[in-house]
Design a protein around this ligand. Structure first.
Ligand code: 5GP
Ligand code: ZN
Length: 114
């Protein structure tokens, strides 16, 4: 998607602070971190929202979680704990319409979320 911010990161025309990358996913630090670790994990293929995930994306969605786990290991928060969140559409506060897992950790989280 030519006008998608996260597709531009995948293409390399915008360069984020990359934490982890493989053939299918890219993980980079959020520009406005809400915790000591705040990393976004995206598929390299454009999928706008959770509602657009198709049955043949099943392996790719699994890879997002495997990458989230790797990010937690890289940042040393796997044992202390972390939260993985994906927002969908307006009521959840989705701002970028290319699906992304937020990996948040390095501090105590509260529940329920706002
Ligand atoms: P959403 O609200 O869609 O779930 O999350 C979008 C996230 O993308 C926000 O946490 C926001 O700070 C982050 N973000 C927006 N623009 C940029 C950017 O240009 N670079 C990076 N690294 N993160 C961004
Ligand atoms: Zn995109």
């Amino acid at each position: 998607m030519a006008d998608c911010l996260f597709c531009k990161m995948v293409a390399g025309s915008i360069k984020p602070d990359i934490v982890y990358e493989d053939a299918d996913v890219l993980a980079f630090r959020d520009i406005n971190p809400q915790a000591p670790t705040h990393v976004l994990v995206i598929p390299k293929d454009h999928i706008a929202t959770i509602n657009d995930i198709a049955p043949d994306h099943d392996a790719l969605v699994g890879k997002l979680f495997l990458a989230a786990k790797k990010v937690a290991d890289i940042d040393g928060i796997a044992t202390s704990g972390y939260r993985v969140v994906m927002n969908c559409n307006r009521h959840a506060g989705q701002e970028v319409y290319h699906i992304h897992l937020h990996v948040l950790g390095g501090r105590q989280m509260s529940w329920p979320p706002g």
